[in-house]
Ligand binder design. Structure first.
Ligand code: BGP
Length: 469
């Protein structure tokens, strides 16, 4: 008997995950301000270009801003219990530092949440998913500046208050630990030569921790029946060999995740940071009250994205390298890779879920997982994405194993249930969806939606509560 048969709890939340800038489009409509994503035509791994015109695919996205009803109907047909979306901060506060919010932006999300609730789909809402008002970068230097804590808190309070009857699941910052790898899109940081770049990143992370904790506080006060979580990029780091030096190096790398989850879920800075900061000459400014804020307002659940694992070696030079979901490493000889050389490791999901649950004993929410691939439309119009089904099936099976291991899992939202613009590359051709969108890398296409083979497959997975994998 498949373990999943008996393991997924009845109230498990199945659904999909998206981000405003990657699908909404309408980037200047209804007084929306320019965001950091709007100046990244080649995605988070590319250069900032303020004159990016149509080649920046985020500007039009997949036009979800105008087509959300059609898309939500398709998600409902698949039986989604929830949909993860993000609010574009720039729709609510176009520059980030205004005194009062933009009503048109607030109205859009009211309409969106109403449409979801019409089908009993719970909105799971990220407050900041890889974008923030560009104005806050230019005027204040992004998250390096403490002033952003107040701006973010004001924004969070406005949306909690406005949507308190509609949204019961929240997340603060998307992949908060990405600030070390893509500092501009994760933190609005432009780092100059000669600056202590690592120190600035830690300082920005500290401001985000405080802002996140204040958002948790506000959420609990304004919506007592809501749950609010953290969101980190979870990549297990495996020692390449059993050489203790490899093991210690892997331990150090895994702190790229645990440092963040430790602060947000435990509520205090882990002791191992003292040595790291001393060695790297890092000195962070903290206010006296920060310690209390972090301690008193820890997250209710730990959300994370999972796409791949990484191998870590003390001698990486003589080994094959792989790129990855922002973070790269040494090729693991036991694993296959995707077309973008991300290592496919379903068992790594079980492993990291166990590690995180052991560490915090808080519910976990897998809020992203999926396969980015090039899809072909057959002559008869069908899209046979068996590779995607295989990938997701293997990962969901491991979730069943994790639950059987005793891990408390709230839900699973696969990334990009409808094709959308890639975060790392800014492309359309890297697709994740159960629903195809007719748009190519040069922005051409009718934007028509077409169901892929995986559409019916995921529908069955949900209908059977994970049994049919
Ligand atoms: C995560 C991001 C998402 C998403 C996903 C897939 O890191 O939170 O925004 O895009 O990765 O990455 P990509 O689009 O680069 O394939």
């Amino acid at each position: 008997m498949n373990k999943a048969d008996e393991t997924f709890p009845k109230d498990f939340l199945w659904g999909g995950a998206t981000a405003a800038n990657q699908l909404e489009g309408a980037y200047l409509e209804d007084d929306k301000g320019l965001s950091t994503a709007d100046v990244l035509p080649n995605g988070s791994l590319g250069e900032i270009d303020e004159d990016a015109g149509e080649e920046c695919l985020y500007h039009e996205g997949i036009d979800f801003y105008h087509r959300y009803k059609e898309d939500i109907e398709l998600f409902a047909e698949m039986g989604f219990d929830c949909l993860r979306v993000s609010i574009a901060w720039t729709r609510i506060f176009p520059k980030g530092n205004e005194e009062s919010p933009n009503q048109a932006g607030l109205q859009f999300y009211d309409n969106l949440f109403d449409e979801l609730l019409k089908y009993d789909i719970e909105p799971v809402v990220t407050l900041s998913h890889y974008e923030m008002p560009l104005h806050l970068v230019k005027e204040y230097g992004g998250w390096r500046n403490r002033k952003l804590v107040k701006f973010f808190e004001r924004y969070a309070k406005v949306v909690f208050d406005r949507y308190k009857d509609k949204v019961k699941y929240w997340l603060t910052f998307n992949e908060i630990n990405a600030i070390f790898h893509t500092p501009f899109n994760a933190g609005g940081l432009i780092l100059e030569d000669g600056e202590n770049k690592e120190e600035i990143k830690y300082q920005a992370a500290h401001h985000q921790f405080v802002a996140s904790a204040l958002a948790v506080k506000a959420c609990h006060e304004i919506i007592p029946d809501a749950q609010i979580g953290s969101m980190s990029l979870a990549i297990p780091f495996y020692p390449y060999t059993c050489d203790p030096d490899d093991v210690l190096k892997a331990m150090k790398r895994e702190r790229e995740l645990f440092f963040f989850t430790d602060v947000q879920a435990r509520g205090y800075y882990p002791s191992y940071m003292d040595r790291i900061w001393a060695e790297d000459d890092i000195d962070i400014e903290m206010k006296e009250e920060d310690e209390v804020i972090l301690k008193e307002h820890t997250v209710d659940y730990v959300g994370f994205s999972y796409y791949m694992s990484c191998a870590v070696s003390t001698f990486p030079e003589d080994k094959e390298q792989v790129s990855g979901n922002i973070v790269g490493g040494v090729k693991n000889p036991y694993l296959e890779t995707t077309d973008w050389s991300w290592q496919i490791d379903p068992k790594g999901l079980r492993y990291i879920a166990n590690r995180l649950y052991d560490r915090y004993q808080k519910p976990l929410f897998i809020v992203e997982n999926g396969l980015g691939a090039v899809d072909e439309i057959e002559e008869d119009g069908s899209i046979n994405d068996d590779y995607r089904i295989d990938y997701l099936e293997a990962h969901i099976e491991q979730l069943g194993e994790a639950i059987a291991d005793g891990v408390d899992l709230m839900g699973y939202t696969s990334w990009g249930p409808i094709d959308l613009v890639s975060a790392s590359t800014g492309e359309m051709k890297k697709r994740y969806g159960f629903i195809y969108v007719d748009r190519d890398n040069s922005g051409e296409g009718t934007l028509e939606r077409i169901k892929k083979k995986s559409f019916d497959w995921y529908k069955e997975v949900i209908a059977s509560n994970g049994e049919k994998v």
